[in-house]
Design a protein around this ligand. Structure first.
Ligand SMILES: Nc1ncnc2c1ncn2[C@@H]1O[C@H](COP(=O)(O)OP(=O)(O)OP(=O)(O)O)[C@@H](O)[C@H]1O
Ligand SMILES: O=P(O)(O)O[C@H]1[C@H](OP(=O)(O)O)[C@@H](OP(=O)(O)O)[C@@H](O)[C@@H](O)[C@@H]1OP(=O)(O)O
Ligand SMILES: [Mg+2]
Ligand SMILES: [Mg+2]
Length: 308
């Protein structure tokens, strides 16, 4: 189906200023408009039903007024797709529910690191986890603090953390993380630099904790430290595909990415460590055509966006 000779599809978007800056770029706008897709900014503080008309809504905002605004729009316009339903997005805003989805898939050789939630910072003596650990804020709500993680080398490193947070076992994985970007029918796995392995010998000399933030973004452009990074094999395509299909179905989401690491102790085993709603697609090659094709598929109902 083509709309190139008829009216273009109107996609309303509601994004944070940061997301708008990185995603709504001239190359996307021009590729989309050449292919019959126009992206129009929504004012999230005003009723959606008074804006538009839209053929589809694309958003990454979480506050309750916005959710109400979306709901009012959806009940009046049940046939207009919304990317994505707040209920699905909320699953990814909590680092426990996020990874529970992976465990439920029960895919061979694929799991998540051992992790527990800490709601108060007392009584942390008998943790059934092995050091080193990573502390991650429980809420993955897109704030700067939600990306502030700590490597914890010993018991002392557990002091001065702000609850609630997740304590996750650090898994040696050869310093490379695989990021799998999903946009509807499309997916692509890329390599990024990650934290280096921590051997038992090294761990003896490491004390307390070490803060870090968005380590994989630092190497988004340049790759890793030369040869070893280049030589790192990608995970099997069949496994990536199974994860993509499983997560799309369980989460009822079409726009997300997830981080996967290969267990250094057992190289058949893969662990999913993070899933993000509507990540930084502009870092992906051909992102303009991938996103435009996806939006056209959604308007054509070739892709189901959930409830409406
Ligand atoms: N359990 C783990 N074992 C080893 N390395 C890990 C583990 N968890 C996280 N990492 C490393 O820390 C990085 C950041 O962790 P994570 O992806 O959970 O944080 P984030 O702030 O949600 O990241 P993003 O920017 O992708 O949203 C990962 O990309 C990986 O390099
Ligand atoms: O652009 P946004 O503000 O959505 O930031 C997202 C960021 O994209 P950007 O680095 O291009 O900005 C993503 O990076 P990649 O995984 O794709 O590398 C990832 O960190 C998401 O978790 C972030 O979303 P948040 O968790 O903060 O809501
Ligand atoms: Mg991550
Ligand atoms: Mg994340």
């Amino acid at each position: 189906m083509s709309n190139l000779s008829s009216k273009p599809y109107q996609i309303g978007y509601a994004l944070t200023p940061k997301k708008e800056q990185t995603f709504i770029v001239p190359s996307l706008l021009s590729h989309a408009s050449q292919n019959g897709v126009v992206l129009t900014k929504i004012d999230p503080t005003k009723p959606l039903i008074q804006q538009g008309p839209f053929d589809c809504i694309l958003h990454k905002l979480y506050d309750s007024d916005w959710k109400q605004n979306l709901q009012d729009f959806a009940s009046r316009n049940p046939n207009i797709p919304i990317i994505a339903s707040p209920e699905s997005i909320d699953i990814l805003r909590n680092r426990i529910s996020m990874l529970e989805t992976v465990s439920k898939l029960k895919i061979n050789n694929t799991g998540v690191p051992k992790q527990i939630t800490i709601t108060e910072v007392t009584g942390l003596e008998n943790l059934k986890l092995n050091f080193p650990l990573i502390a991650k804020p429980l809420d993955a709500d897109g704030s700067e603090t939600s990306h502030k993680l700590h490597l914890i080398f010993d018991k002392d490193g557990l002091n001065n953390l702000t609850a609630p947070f997740v304590l996750q076992e650090f898994v040696n994985h050869g310093g490379v993380v695989f990021k799998v970007y999903v946009a509807g029918k499309y997916f692509r796995c890329v390599k990024r630099k990650s934290l280096p392995d921590i051997s038992e010998e090294k761990l003896v000399n490491l004390k307390g904790s070490l803060p870090f933030s968005q380590v994989s973004n630092l190497a988004a452009a340049g790759g890793g430290e030369g040869c070893k990074f280049e030589k790192t094999e990608m995970p099997p395509e069949s496994l990536v595909k199974e994860l993509v299909e499983g997560l799309k179905e369980k989460l009822r989401l079409n726009l997300f990415n997830f981080d996967v690491i290969r267990d250094g102790k057992n190289k058949e085993n893969y662990l999913v460590i993070d899933i993000n709603y509507f990540p930084g697609y502009a870092k992906m090659p051909d992102f303009e055509s991938v996103i435009t094709d996806f939006l056209r598929d959604v308007v054509h109902k070739d892709i189901n966006c959930g409830d409406n």
